[in-house]
Write a protein that binds this ligand. Structure first.
Ligand code: PLP
Length: 341
C-alpha cells in the first residue's frame, strides 16, 4: 500500500499514484478524505485507504466514492454502520489500534470489547487491522519491538473473537526494511518510494534513488560593490564586488526561510550560496566565482549538476528538519514535470 499523502510527499498525487499503479501497486493510502476524492476524481479506481481521522461529515463522501476508512475512534463507528446499512454488501473498513505512537487509534481493550461481545456492526466488513510504529528509524529497536508485541496481541484477540482479517499492516518505510516480522500482509512505505530514508547508518538500506529534482533558472544578474546589502533587512553585506543572481523561487514555493544566508544551489556545476533572507517568491545567490552565469541558466536546488549534488537530506540538515518536510513543503505553484526513466 503506497503512501501518497501530502501530494505524494510533494511529487504530485495524481501522477505519482498513476505511475505506481502502472508499476503494480494495488492499493494506496492518503490521510484525508479530500485527498482520496482528488484521486477518485482523477479516475483512479484502485482501493484508497484514508489513514487520517474520520469525521461524521465525511461518511457520505467516503461511501459514495468507495474510499476505505480507517476507524481510529469508536465514536464514528455507529454513524458509519448506519450509513452503510443502506448498501447491498458489508462496507470494508480498517481498525487502527494504538500501541505506543500516542496518536490515533483504539486501545486493545476497546478492540477486544468491540469484537468479542459481537458488537461489530453487520453492515461493516473488518477488512484491515493496523497500527503505526513510532520509532522504526530510532537508534535502538526496543520501542518498535514492544509495539509489535502489543500489535500481535491485538491480532490474536481478533482471531480468537472469530475474525479473519485479510489485511494486517504496521510498517512504514523504516519498519518494512528494518523489521521483517512487521511486514504482515502489507506494508505502508512512503518516504522510501521517493528515494529517501531516515534510518541510522547501522541499518542496511536498499539502494534508493531520489525521484525528484527541483530546479529554476536565473532571472537577473547584478554586480554590487562592497558595503551594499541584499534582500530584506540587509542581512547580507558584500565585502567585495559581488555578482548576485536573482532566482524566481521562494518560501511560498517551499524553500524554508531558514535557508537565508545558509543554503546553496548549483549553477554550472558549482555551489552558489544563498545571500540574504529568502523572500516569498525569490532568493538571491552569490555567483561571483561562476563567471559564465547568464540569465536563463539552469539552477538546481535539489538534484545533480555536473559533479555536484544537493539532496533533500542536505536541505534538511541546513534547516534542521527531515527530508520528509523538505519534500512535502514544495508548494503547489511549482510546476511539476514528469519523465519516465
Ligand atoms: C505517513 C505514514 C506512513 C508512511 O511513512 P514513511 O515513513 O514515509 O514510510 C505509513 N503509515 C502511516 C499511518 C502514515 O501516516
Amino acid at each position: 500500500m503506497a503512501v501518497v499523502k501530502a501530494n505524494a510527499y510533494g511529487h504530485g498525487a495524481i501522477e505519482t499514484t498513476t505511475a505506481l499503479i502502472r508499476q503494480g501497486v494495488s492499493r494506496v493510502a492518503v490521510v484525508s478524505v479530500e485527498e482520496g476524492l482528488t484521486l477518485r476524481h482523477a479516475g483512479i479506481n484502485a482501493p484508497i485507504v484514508i489513514l487520517g481521522p474520520l469525521f461524521r461529515e465525511h461518511i457520505a463522501d467516503v461511501l459514495a466514492h468507495q474510499l476505505t476508512p480507517v476507524v481510529s475512534d469508536l465514536s464514528v463507528l455507529s454513524p458509519l454502520a448506519q450509513a452503510a446499512a443502506a448498501l447491498p454488501t458489508p462496507y470494508p473498513i480498517h481498525l487502527k489500534v494504538e500501541t505506543g505512537m500516542g496518536r490515533l487509534g483504539i486501545t486493545i481493550g476497546e478492540l477486544s470489547e468491540l469484537l468479542e461481545a459481537h458488537n461489530f456492526p453487520a453492515s461493516l466488513h473488518l477488512e484491515g487491522l493496523m497500527t503505526h510504529l513510532a520509532d522504526t528509524d530510532g537508534e535502538t529497536i526496543d520501542f518498535t519491538e514492544q509495539q509489535l508485541v502489543q500489535f500481535n496481541l491485538a491480532i490474536d484477540r481478533a482471531k480468537r473473537a472469530g475474525f479473519r482479517i485479510p489485511l494486517i499492516h504496521a510498517a512504514n518505510s523504516g519498519g518494512a526494511v528494518r523489521f521483517p516480522h512487521a511486514q504482515f500482509s502489507l506494508v505502508r512505505p512512503g518516504i522510501m518510494l521517493y528515494g529517501y530514508h531516515t534510518l541510522p547508518s547501522s541499518v542496511s538500506v536498499p539502494d534508493l534513488k531520489p525521484v525528484l529534482s527541483l530546479q529554476t533558472c536565473i532571472a537577473q544578474l547584478r554586480t554590487i560593490s562592497a558595503g551594499h546589502t541584499v534582500s530584506y533587512n540587509g542581512t547580507f553585506t558584500a565585502t567585495r564586488p559581488t555578482r548576485i543572481a536573482i532566482l524566481p523561487l521562494g518560501y511560498a514555493d517551499g524553500l524554508s526561510r531558514h535557508l537565508s544566508n545558509r543554503g546553496q544551489v548549483l549553477i554550472h556545476g558549482q555551489r552558489a550560496p544563498i545571500a540574504g533572507l529568502v523572500c516569498m517568491d525569490m532568493i538571491m545567490v552569490d555567483v561571483t566565482h561562476i563567471s559564465g552565469a547568464r540569465i536563463g541558466d539552469e539552477v538546481i536546488l535539489i538534484g545533480r549538476q555536473g559533479q555536484e549534488q544537493i539532496t533533500a537530506d542536505d536541505i534538511a540538515e541546513w534547516t534542521d528538519t527531515i527530508p520528509y518536510e523538505v519534500l512535502c513543503l514544495i508548494g503547489p505553484r511549482v510546476p511539476r514535470r514528469y519523465q519516465s526513466s
